[in-house]
Design a protein around this ligand. Sequence first.
Ligand code: PMP
Length: 286
Amino acid sequence: MDPLIWLDGKLVPKPEAKISVYDHGVLYGDGVFEGIRLYNGRIFEKDAHLKRLYDSAHCIRLKIPYSFQELSKALEDTVAANKVRDCYIRLVVTRGPGHLGISPENCGGVCTYIIADQIKMYPEHTYTNGMSIIVSSVVRNSPHAMPPRVKSLNYLNNILAKWEAIDAGVPEALMLNPQGLVAECTGDNIFIIKNGELLTPPEECGILLGITRAAVMDIARKMGIPVFERNITREGVYCADEVFLTGTGAEVVPVTKVDRREIGDGKPGAMTRKLMEAFSRKVRGQ
Ligand code: PMP
């Protein structure tokens, strides 16, 4: 059955959920979005996702025509209308239809929509056996150009790196920032474990501040694992004891090979497996 899409206040069947071909979200990628998960009937970290959406919109001077509470209710209404208990939610806000020029000034009405559907990021075996990734030659956007912390509708930087992964026959690519330091993967944050410490690049490295990243850091601290946001080099990843990625779609996925170099003993590490289990318990409210 077609999902019901929340489109500017109305729930409409998928085939009827349409936006203008003059929408600057389509013409220029001018807009912001969130990817959110519903687990066991509960929207995971709903407020954190909404807060990030409003922050992204604020950075690009896009005024969302709904209050925080209205959008929060719209999310709940969408999952209720679709009678789902576990799904992936896509919340999109575009600049709206305008002239063919780039200026956002001439855009009529901001367009907001919510999809509640399924997502499959990576094959199941990667969660048990670990994933091979490559380091991409595509440099992650400079925070001075297109700040990666803004979750915008323009993902071409990431898509170019994804093509390299596809060509290399692996599911994911790690992107370095203009300084050559580790930033993030095309749709996930990265963590390494070295000598019992959990390390992940800081915001200044040019990353999206992942909601899953924050949840995993919180879980790890509660488990007594020392957690640090620290600059990481490509070689630091090669020589890590364990590596894993985090994201709303991906959840927590172990990485066991980077640029054909085995990580640790080539199997998902003990600390990674512990964090995967703890994350799985947390999202289900256990
Ligand atoms: N980095 C990028 C580039 C992303 O697109 C995402 C979301 N898919 C993430 C990191 C992870 O963020 P989150 O945990 O909030 O989904």
